[in-house]
Design a protein around this ligand. Structure first.
Ligand SMILES: Nc1ncnc2c1ncn2[C@@H]1O[C@H](COP(=O)(O)OP(=O)(O)OP(=O)(O)O)[C@@H](O)[C@H]1O
Ligand SMILES: [Mg+2]
Length: 288
């Protein structure tokens, strides 16, 4: 089961021992429309270490999805650089798999097993037999081995989400990118999916970049959280949140941190004067 204390120790050891797997370095993102240039983020920097569950948190329109798209290789930075394993990201690649919110994108004419096998075959990563083996392995991990031959329309929303996650993990990417993956689910299923994601992480230790605008979800899912200010997104603060999981929901420490994040996100008055470098402030690194 999820063990925040052991995880904190292993994560901080990993942080000290390694360089970031993903380096986002002073990235500004823009969209050029026929009439204007929209600035989505300004000078955003962060590093994601192996096995991090790194969360981008901020209000609607602050550029979270744009940052994810840019890491995925779909949106080149207007300035700054994104590096994965030291290599500049210029294109999408099988080393970064995006799990979208619309799980109904699973082709309905393919069985669950065929859905999970599909990217492995399409990318020529594996031959049919090995792909089936790997797909079954990850379906087992997400608890859907019994549904391998079922069709997506016979599954619940939560089960479809698990198929989508199994499909992504089967590609064994360097990073899993998730943009509000559980936003369309009802509250109970959403909580269950968060729990399952953490259990799966405990087992597989994948590196996750996760976008949400829910403070609670960020604290539960993430071990580190980057707070982004409203449009255009700038880094507001970075928070260590490895100590929280679903069991901490409603606890005093959890509530206090949630309130502190809320103030940082929405209360301009709570922001200290703009220092040039991030300041260590307990478990919160401020930077403006
Ligand atoms: N394809 C596009 N063309 C032009 N502007 C865009 C495009 N996509 C996003 N934007 C703009 O870029 C800014 C950041 O958008 P983005 O979707 O990254 O925000 P977000 O933080 O993911 O918001 P939400 O929480 O609502 O999903 C917004 O002002 C948005 O209007
Ligand atoms: Mg978005």
């Amino acid at each position: 089961m999820h063990n925040p204390a052991a995880e904190a120790a292993s994560v901080s050891a990993a942080v000290q021992a390694s360089t970031p797997l993903l380096q986002v370095d002073q990235v500004s993102l823009q969209y050029r429309t026929s009439s204007a240039v929209v600035q989505a983020t300004h000078d955003v920097s962060f590093g994601v270490y192996p096995a991090d569950r790194f969360v981008l948190l901020g209000p609607s329109g602050c550029g979270k999805s744009s940052l994810l798209k840019s890491v995925a290789g779909f949106l080149p930075p207007a300035s700054g650089e994104i590096r994965l394993d030291g290599q500049v990201v210029r294109h999408p690649g099988p080393d970064r798999i995006v799990v979208f919110q619309e799980f109904d994108q699973l082709p309905p004419w393919k069985t669950v097993l065929q859905n999970v096998m599909f990217p492995l075959l399409a990318s020529k990563t594996l031959k049919k037999r090995e792909a089936a083996e790997r797909a079954r392995h990850y379906l087992e991990k997400v608890g859907l081995a019994r549904f391998a031959d079922a069709y997506p329309h016979t599954l619940s929303g939560g089960m479809k989400a698990r198929v989508a996650i199994a499909r992504a993990l089967a590609m064994q990417p360097k990073m899993l990118l998730m943009d509000e993956p559980f936003a369309a689910l009802d509250a109970l299923t959403r909580r269950k999916m968060q729990e399952e994601l953490l259990m799966l992480w405990d087992e597989v230790r994948f590196t996750l970049l996760f976008v949400t605008h829910s403070i609670e979800e960020a604290l539960v899912v993430g071990n580190r959280i980057l707070l982004l200010s409203p449009h255009p997104g700038r880094v507001r603060a970075e928070i260590n949140s490895h100590q929280y999981d679903l069991a901490s929901l409603g606890g005093a420490g959890f509530q206090q941190t949630a309130q502190r994040i809320h103030r940082l996100l929405f209360d301009e008055g709570a922001a200290p004067a703009a220092p040039e470098k991030p300041i260590n402030f307990g478990d919160v690194r401020f930077s403006y």
